[in-house]
Ligand binder design. Structure first.
Ligand code: ZN
Length: 330
């Protein structure tokens, strides 16, 4: 293991595929590449795109002749079968993907060992080893973007649960019988505090005749609202945006406060596109979390932003590639 100095980490989300070559000792990103995902173009496009981004990232660095990239780690915004190296299903990444043998495809293409993981899981490895989770044994990472993902680290170990799905805070109930969630359930946190939820509320309000700065920034047929646009309207103190973000922050705070009472973590680390771009959401959700949590765990709780920001996924995926390899490969 001692000459394993670099690994390739790939973060695969619904908007973009981002790959980076990482120096494992420091977590430094020494080269990277990114491209849009285009989920609507299907499975073949997706695998080709993934390989292109990986190859571009590898080509972007000139490592010393003795150094080499040891392995590839991939964090995916979808269901992953870690043991068999399959992407089970991921409507947000590529329509029609079912049991795609991604590990074998990438191993063949790059002649390197490959490990697959979940996107929140790999970003949490990044924070744990190089970011805001260092020297902390009990913490939770939460990522607020298109959806809401999270991962739980207890006694220094990432908890996967009985079926490997632990940490789905986005699908915990914050309003019984409430809004429909993308998963088919009702009243889930993701249906109130994710970018998709905020987008739905904003479009519904505009359709009802409310006015907003948002109308100046949206193109005529746009159906998604980017985190950047949300941040811009927030900065300009647009009343409709502040109202919508306040509601989302209150629900997010309720979710975080419940976690604090239930799991008693020493730290909650919050990131994701929507949190990174805005200040209001983070601050108001933190305040609400302390209000709703029981006094003792609430007072002891630190709520911080991620240390690695957008790089958390690629850095953590690279870490996973060399540290979570099955015994037979090491
Ligand atoms: Zn749900």
């Amino acid at each position: 293991m001692k000459d394993t100095r670099y690994a390739l980490g790939i973060d695969v989300g619904g908007t973009k595929i981002y790959a980076g070559v990482i120096a494992l000792e420091t977590g430094e990103v020494v080269g990277s590449a990114r491209k849009r995902t285009h989920p609507e173009r299907g499975a073949d496009f997706f695998t080709k795109r993934l390989q292109e981004v990986a190859a571009d990232a590898l080509e972007s660095v000139h490592l010393p002749s003795t150094a080499q990239v040891a392995a590839i780690g991939v964090g995916l915004a979808g269901q992953v079968d870690r043991e068999r190296g399959l992407l089970r299903g991921a409507p947000n990444l590529a329509r029609g993907v079912e049991d795609l043998p991604l590990r074998d495809l990438l191993e063949k293409a790059f002649d390197l060992p490959v490990i697959l993981g979940n996107d929140a899981e790999v970003a949490t490895y990044g924070e744990q080893h190089y970011g805001a989770g260092r020297e902390c044994d009990d913490f939770i990472c939460i990522y607020v973007g298109t959806g809401i993902g999270s991962a739980i680290v207890h006694k220094g170990v990432l908890r996967r649960g009985a079926t490997g799905t632990a940490g789905e805070i986005g699908h915990t109930v914050v309003q019984y019988g409430g809004r429909m969630c993308g998963c088919g359930g009702r009243g889930h946190l993701e249906a109130y505090a994710s970018r998709s939820a905020i987008t739905k509320v904003l479009f519904a309000e505009l359709a009802r005749g409310r006015t907003s700065k948002l109308q100046d920034y949206l193109k005529p047929d746009e159906t998604a609202i980017r985190s950047k646009t949300i941040a811009r309207c927030e900065e300009e103190k647009d009343p409709l945006m502040l109202e919508t973000l306040s509601e989302a922050a209150d629900y997010l705070g309720a979710g975080l406060g419940s976690l604090a009472s239930f799991l008693n973590p020493s730290r909650i680390i919050i990131g994701g596109g929507l949190i990174e771009g805005t200040t209001f959401l983070f601050e108001r959700a933190s305040l609400r979390a302390r209000e709703v949590a029981l006094p003792v765990p609430g007072r002891a709780l630190e709520i911080v932003r991620t240390g690695l920001g957008d790089d958390g996924g690629i850095v953590g995926a690279a870490w996973m590639a060399v540290h979570m390899r099955p015994k037979k490969d090491s």
